[in-house]
Design a protein around this ligand. Sequence first.
Ligand code: NAD
Length: 444
Amino acid sequence: MNELLQKQKRYFRTGETLSLKFRLKQLIRLKETVKKYEQMITDTLKAELNKSPFEAYTTEIGIVYEEIRFVTKRLSDWMKPQRVSTPLTHVGSKSYVYPEPYGVSLIIAPWNYPFQLAISPLIGAIAAGNCAVVKPSEYTPAMSTLLKTIVAEAFPEEYVTVVEGGVDVSQELLSLRFDHIFFTGSVPVGKIVMATAAKHLTPVTLELGGKSPAIVDQSAHLELAAKRIIWGKFLNAGQTCIAPDYVLVHEAVKQPLLEKMKRYVDELYGNPDAYGRIVSERHAERLVRFLANGTVVHGGAYDIEQRWIEPTLLDDITWDDAVMQEEIFGPILPILTFETIDEAIQMINDYEKPLALYLFTEDQDVQQQVLHQVSFGGGCINDTIMHIASPHLPFGGVGQSGIGSYHGKASFDAFTHYKSVLKQTTKFDIPLRYPNFPHALKWV
Ligand code: NAD
């Protein structure tokens, strides 16, 4: 692996990856190769996670096409050195900021959106002029192999390559001196990644997880709140980093919300054959243990061998239950209540800063209060998930939910160092900065 890294470092130093023309050509090549393998990607997502072709396109393949389209349109602007102001004290000089690639990036991906979460960061790496090694998740081995095929067909190994494997391979890669690490995965592994990167002072972007709340206050449009929460929660069988982890509803509207949510579970995800699968039996076993918490008010059936868990709503949950102690990352939705918005805010702030927050309310004051008093990665007012699909919105966490962000321009920035340069004149030399300056009060 070190040989591979050195090969990429040598290739990077040739300067080949730096021109706009080269970067655009590679992004188009990536798009064309993905297009060629589109059916295989769709089939693999179906085989490993039972994703429907519709879901495969809207949450994985289509997002990648849109990201490439967005980036290629704007890349020439982003790459230009920016002239910035110069203070009066620096008279005679000009100031510039030059974007430059880090060099060779390591991209480590998870299994839940195994295609999109490997390729989206790669788009940023290529756009910014880097070489890259991509390590997909071992839990979706067919997609891992397919990613290797796609990337090997699109790019030479010394430029971009996929290294397959599990924790041992990941750790071996992490021990090497990459110029940047982009990691998507869980909080505990994020800590390992950062600690390992610290040995070489390698900069990291960490896209992690956490418990993302959906707050519903008494002024909310309950019909749409129920529909949008259920859609976002149970998409991909709840295995979405920004899925609403739990619902925090005003007690006055809990019952009507619950009734509507039950109806939408049946309407949107009522067919077990078409429903997503949990990635492994081990992951399914962890989730099934949560079903003993509180009262199951809808769903609750499961088949561990089939890696299937019915979309489930849990009532009578307390903050001490196991289901509230870690990110759920599966099709189980606990419902808790609050009496005042201050109380809801305090409950959320007692946890780590969430990756996402969703607030359903028609009350502008409540919107302002939550936005001002709660720190979270990103989110929506009166919707779930949709913020992730806008290339204009940087996507990332804060605190334990992550470091840095990407998507659109933010992806370019994530893989870029901004080099600040002051260009000084030699036509004159203002002596104020020199010691013994009264003797130096003369022009050069
Ligand atoms: P994970 O942390 O277990 O694994 C992610 C990657 O890290 C895999 O490629 C794996 O091989 C590697 N890895 C695992 N253990 C390692 C170790 N000890 N040392 C080095 N590398 C190791 O995460 P996962 O189970 O694949 O994904 C689920 C988690 O990812 C959830 O917490 C979810 O919220 C988070 N996630 C975040 C985002 C985001 O964009 N913020 C997106 C998807 C998933």
